[in-house]
Design a protein around this ligand. Sequence first.
Ligand SMILES: [Zn+2]
Length: 260
Amino acid sequence: MGFIDTHSHIYEPEFKDDCDDVIKRAKEAGVEKVFLPNVNLESIEPMLQLCCKNKGYLYPMIGLHPEDIKEGYNDALCKMYEMLASNKYEVIAVGEVGLDYYWTKEYYEEQKTVFEQQIGWAIEFGLPLMLHTRSAHQELVEIMSKYKGRGLSGVFHCFSGTSEEAQELLSFDNFMLGIGGVLTFKKSTLPDVLKEVPLERIVIETDAPYLAPVPMRGKRNEPAYARHTVERLANIYETSVEEIMSVTNDNVKRVFKCLN
Ligand SMILES: [Zn+2]
C-alpha cells in the first residue's frame, strides 16, 4: 500500500539534475502518485513536460499563484484559461490559487479578483481547487463562503493554522486540509490542532522543494520524504501507517474525481 503526494513542485530548477532519481526514490518510498501545481506561466511548460514523461504517475494542475499576480498577469490568466478550456493536458485541478498577503498587500484587490475568477474556472470545468493561503485566512473564508453549495471541492494546501481556522475551513464540504512537513517540526502546534480534525478530512503533501519534514528539515524536500509525515500522522491518530495511507487515499479520490 502506498500514498499520494498531493502537492509537489518537482519541475522546479532545484530538481533539474536528478529528477529521475527523485521519482525513483518516491516510488521506492511508497508514493503512488504525485500532483504538481504550477505557479505562473513560466512553470507550465516544464511541469507539463515532466508529467508527459511520467504519465500515470505525475499529474498537472494549472492556476496563477497569488504571489505571481503582478504586472502583466492578465496575459497569464488568458493563456491558462485557454489551456484548461482546450482539455488537452489532462489537468486534474485549478491550482495553486488563493490569497497571500504575507510579503505585500500591493495587489490586495487584484488577488481577490483573480482568485474569484479562478474559482469560476473550477466551477466551469468541474475541477477541484488547490488552494494557497497565507496571512489571508479571513479574506479567503469570506470569498469561499460566497460559493458554498456550488459543488466545489479541493485542498487547503499546507494547512498550519489554529483549531478555529481548521474548523472554519472544514465547514466547506468536500475540502481537505493538506498536511506536510510542518507537522513534524518541533514547535509545531499542528499535532494538537489535528486532534479535532477527522482523518477523513486530510491529505498528504510535501510542497517540495520546501518544508522538508524532520529528520530532513532544512534540506531540499522531495516526495519520498512525505513518508516521515505519514509516520507522524500514524502516531498522532494512534493508528497504523497503512490506515493513514488508506484513508488519505480515499480522501484524495473524493476530491480528485477525474482520477477514479
Ligand atoms: Zn506550492
